[in-house]
Design a protein around this ligand. Structure first.
Ligand code: ADP
Ligand code: GN1
Ligand code: MG
Length: 367
């Protein structure tokens, strides 16, 4: 059900794209935490309409410019299934990449990638391997794209020490009086402050390169072919900008190799599935086709841990700030998500040596 007020805005946006023909059906779509997504159907085609979260993406035109550049690069390099190889922006009637409505919200449209499915949970190790190859291929495909041409859409997005500082400020500010309720969680993060700087230090000492990265490599940001399950396209390109390959790897592990959903409240169900970790690591390394340095490969487990701790810290920060960033669907949702990520991180701490050994075995061709 779309609320009346929002429905009015959706209609206003659709009018700005009237060249697509009469829209017969409108449905809320997907499970993203940031934008509002709708599926539109005309007599013979489908489209994705999205209201951009303007408080997260402060420069939507620059973001769309990044997407335009990256998708053009991917198309140039694609040899088959070019219609579905990446997102295709549908311009407004005025030929623009975005429509600004009467409340100053920005809307964009993409062609719907037909005969595809997205998944919120990993069903088996092979699907996860396929997903990893797709994210690795994405990395590989953009390895010759000049990173300096991309705008930094969200400043310090995966700068974990900076995320720690923001978390510490949120604790101090205690905007909605919740700090006393989460003493254990605050302590969990605070005692891991040094860990937060491992990747930034590696960049500073020259051992970790900055690359063009996706920065939001959740499983549901891959579309799979509905018939044979192969990976069709990497979507949700809003955060493509300079970053670290190991964080792209890590965010997928955080989301997909958790034995429970990201917001599962029964923490006994939360753990790192090493079989899934192995499948993803193998697929990612293969998909990158030799583009990763030895240091990057050895830091993959750290990337997984970093993204898990950082994401938990972001959820906890948002809980302390009064739930102003991530969409929540119940009271305490951000806290549930934060606890879940901390449980996963704690399990990763126990499994760190096993993760390192798996990576070594993949590199040695034993897996
Ligand atoms: P968010 O940033 O909120 O996560 P996404 O861009 O990932 O938004 O879109 C949300 C969901 O909508 C995706 O997980 C996917 O299921 C679906 N989706 C987005 N774009 C397309 C597209 N072009 N074709 C088909 N499905 C899409
Ligand atoms: C958000 O937009 P979505 O749902 O794919 C967030 C990611 C978090 C993720 C946690 C722009 O991703 O950084 O890891 O939620 N995206 C942004 O589920 O902040
Ligand atoms: Mg998404």
């Amino acid at each position: 059900m779309i609320k009346d007020e929002l429905y009015c805005k959706v209609k206003e946006a659709i009018d700005a794209f009237s060249q697509i023909g009469e829209v017969k059906n409108i449905k809320p779509w997907g499970n993203g935490h940031i934008n509002d997504t709708f599926l539109l159907s005309t007599a013979n085609k489908k489209y994705i309409l999205q209201r951009i979260n303007h408080s997260v993406f402060r420069q939507p035109y620059k973001m769309m410019d990044n997407i335009d550049k990256v998708t053009s690069h991917i198309i140039k390099k694609s040899t088959n299934d070019t219609e579905r190889a990446t997102l295709t922006v549908v311009k407004t009637n005025k030929g623009e990449l975005l429509f600004k409505d009467s409340t100053q919200s920005y809307w964009r449209m993409y062609k719907f990638l037909e005969d595809t499915v997205s998944r919120d949970r990993v069903e088996n190790a092979n699907d996860f391997y396929i997903c990893a190859k797709a994210f690795g291929h994405f990395q590989n495909c953009l390895s010759d794209f000049p990173a300096e041409e991309l705008y930094e859409v969200i400043k310090d997005f995966h700068n974990t020490p900076k995320r720690f500082e923001n978390f510490a400020l949120a604790v101090e500010k205690n905007a909605v009086g919740r700090a006393a309720l989460v003493k254990d969680e605050i302590e969990f993060v605070s005692s891991r402050r040094e860990f937060c700087s491992i990747l930034e230090n590696a960049r500073l000492n020259g051992s970790l390169p900055t690359r063009v990265t996706h920065n939001d490599t959740k499983l549901n940001n891959i579309l799979f072919d509905a018939n044979d399950g192969h990976a069709v396209a990497v979507i949700d390109l809003d955060t493509v900008m300079p970053g670290y390959s190991v964080n792209d790897f890590g965010d997928s592990i955080r989301f997909g190799a958790n034995t429970a959903a990201e917001d599962e409240t029964d923490l006994a169900k939360v753990s790192l599935d090493l079989e899934l970790f192995t499948a993803f690591a193998k697929g990612f390394i293969e998909g990158c086709e030799g583009k990763l340095t030895d240091t990057e490969i050895s830091l993959l487990p750290i990337g997984a841990m970093m993204m898990t701790l950082e994401c938990g810290m972001r959820f906890l920060t948002d809980y302390l700030d009064g739930d102003v960033y991530f969409k929540i669907h119940r009271d305490g949702h951000n806290l549930d998500r934060a606890r879940n990520q901390f449980a996963l991180f704690a399990d990763m701490e126990k499994k760190r040596e096993k993760m390192d050994a798996i990576i070594r075995d993949i590199v040695a061709g034993k897996i």
